[in-house]
Ligand binder design. Structure first.
Ligand code: AGP
Length: 587
């Protein structure tokens, strides 16, 4: 969601803050702001738009001082306006605050504060934090932080700068990390906020407050008791977030899959064994995730049933309240999340743990909350994914699923980094890019796209539809192909476009029959298959595989490309789709 950065050190703060905000912009990008402290004054510059635009207009980088805070916003409460952009100041401009999360009791707090004479300048829930800190300011910065935190309900990570130059942050259910550099401290919602300056990080826990004052940093809880956390060394590769020769991160990340699927398939033996032991010992298995990660959950369920004879239930993380009723000590929840910070996923984990279940995480960000709260986790190892649309993290999750299932399958499935899908992914990326670019250009007037697939191809139909919606802003619907005749066939007519996921496997003949039914109603069919058919108006060729379980990881790639090129054809920014954020840390 929003990104937060604070810095106190020996260098000019503003250029560092702006640079960090650019790196974390994928977390939220509707407005941006910076506050710096210099000679007893707090100066704020903020506005709507992307970091580069706002910086061009307001010259945030030129703000003076070696202490400051910054924020990029993804609006929750209050529209996308300059006044709703963070930082928010208290009445006397003696405190400025940036916040990520939702303050659920902000209305009551705002009412009380307004009665007490505080004047609000925004519609946000976040602004109450600045005013509460001001209310308690006479008790000192330390006490005011503790008292403020105790009054807040909801989820938050916030960082504040005070008139004495102290910066401080507190967290409850939103990530906040301290970066320890040789000449100062950072405090950020994401290690990417400071990784180009230091690889030493301290991960704060719920109820932690960190205060950076002079050259010292101390951590205490909401009652003032000291808290100690180790300094963790974070892998530098996480900081490699360059687009390289590509026009967009999304295109780079689609192409990264030539290597990233093999990286995901190459797993640490000890961690893999531990993960699989917990899974195979479980009396009941539940699998969860949100968005794309939920589609991985669906595939894992099918693979476990088919190859390892393990029955599992899938639960969308946002539906966990009912979906996870009845778990117990014998249950295991497998949680998929690229970021490891998705609020709905973390909530599922909480619900599972409360019932005594064990949790297995599958994450890309190994320093994330999910990785740290899981009983065991496996890493997707695909490197930083910056494009808001999940691409390489999805195929990484699939490669990992193949490994896990292969291990539990008693020889029914053989996977690993030498599996044929690694070469097939390379082939499909190399062979289909230019044809799909042309196809996308011809599709830019299409308003509705239906994606059909049976069995393991159904989750890919859902995933393809999600990519088309979020990148190309086109209505797209994933349909289980067998359900066509139970309703969706009524929508088939001239100008309807259907994409059929139809590799040559056990589902092939039934899906070909569906294609005929669709064509008979005048609609057009694009077939994604290793075999040409006269029933397709257009054919996207994928490599033939001898193991049919591997088709999903290959057939999703043309859909990612189609969504990317359709976004370009429609002048949309594929890296930063409207209204979305990469990491959804609010419910
Ligand atoms: C995917 O393209 C989306 N941007 C989104 O659905 C995403 O997969 C979802 O928010 C879950 O994120 P996570 O994997 O980081 O938990």
């Amino acid at each position: 969601m929003c990104s937060i950065i604070g810095y106190r050190g020996k260098q000019a703060a503003a250029p560092i803050l702006v640079d960090s905000l650019k790196r974390m912009e994928y977390r939220g990008y509707d407005s941006v702001g910076v506050a710096t402290f210099n000679s007893g004054n707090i100066l704020v510059r903020k506005g709507t738009g992307r970091v580069v635009e706002v910086n061009k207009n307001l010259n945030m980088t030129a703000m003076s001082g070696m202490i400051g805070i910054g924020h990029t916003r993804w609006a929750t409460h209050g529209g996308v306006t300059n006044s709703n952009a963070h930082p928010h100041s208290a009445c006397k401009n003696n405190i400025a605050v940036v916040h990520n999360g939702i303050i659920e009791n902000y209305k009551e707090l705002k009412e009380e504060l307004t009665k007490a004479g505080h004047i609000f300048s925004s519609e946000t829930d976040s602004e109450v934090i600045a005013h509460l800190l001001e209310v308690h300011a006479d008790k000192g910065v330390r006490k005011s932080l503790m008292m403020t935190c105790k009054m807040l309900k909801g989820t938050y990570a916030f960082v504040a700068v005070f008139q004495d130059g102290t910066i401080a942050g507190a967290r409850y259910e939103e990530p906040l990390i301290i970066g320890v550099a040789n000449d100062g401290y950072f405090i950020s919602s994401d290690v990417l906020g400071f990784l180009q300056y230091t690889d030493k990080a301290i991960f704060l826990d719920n109820y932690d407050v960190a205060l950076i004052d002079g050259n010292n940093m101390e951590i205490f809880d909401f009652d003032g008791n000291p808290v100690a956390h180790p300094i963790t060394q974070v892998a530098w590769e996480l900081g490699e977030v360059d687009k390289g020769k590509y026009a967009h991160y999304t295109l780079k990340e689609i192409n990264d899959q030539r290597v990233s699927v093999a990286n995901a398939a190459r797993q640490n033996e000890v961690m893999m064994k531990r993960f699989c032991d917990v899974l195979s010992d479980a009396q009941s298995v539940y699998i969860t995730g949100s968005g794309t990660s939920y589609h991985s959950a669906l595939i894992m369920k099918q693979m476990l049933a088919r190859y390892a004879k393990i029955r599992a239930e899938t639960v969308m993380s946002s539906e966990a309240r009912d979906g996870l009723i009845g778990l117990d000590e014998g249950s295991v929840l497998v949680a998929f999340s690229q970021s490891g910070e998705t609020a709905d996923v973390l909530e599922s984990v909480k619900i599972a743990k409360k019932q005594g279940s064990r949790v297995l995480g599958i994450v890309n960000v190994t320093t994330s909350s999910l990785a740290r709260t899981s009983d065991a986790f496996l890493a997707v190892n695909c490197g930083p994914e910056i494009g808001v649309a999940a691409t390489k993290s999805f195929t990484g999750q699939l490669a990992l699923i193949y490994n896990i299932v292969a291990r539990l399958s008693d020889g029914n499935l053989v996977a690993g980094e030498k599996a044929e899908f690694v070469t097939a992914v390379n082939k499909v990326i190399a062979s289909s890019q230019s044809a799909i670019e042309k196809m996308a250009d011809d599709m830019k007037e299409v308003n509705d796209i239906y994606l059909l697939g049976r069995s393991v191809h159904y989750p890919i139909a859902l995933e393809g539809a999600l990519k088309l919606k979020e990148l190309a802003y086109v209505h797209a619907e994933g349909v289980a192909a067998g359900e066509l005749k139970h309703g969706p066939l009524a929508l088939m007519e001239k100008n309807t476009l259907v994409i059929l996921l139809n590799p040559v496997d056990g589902t092939y003949n039934d899906s070909i029959s569906n294609a005929h039914e669709i064509r008979a109603r005048g609609a057009s069919v694009i077939g994604i298959s290793d075999k040409r058919s006269e029933v397709y108006d257009l054919w996207i060729e994928i490599p033939h595989l001898s193991e049919e379980a591997f088709y999903p990881i290959v057939e999703v790639i043309p859909l990612q490309m189609l969504a990317y090129y359709l976004a370009l054809a429609k002048n949309a920014d594929p890296d930063y789709p409207r209204n979305l954020a990469k990491s959804v840390t609010v419910k």
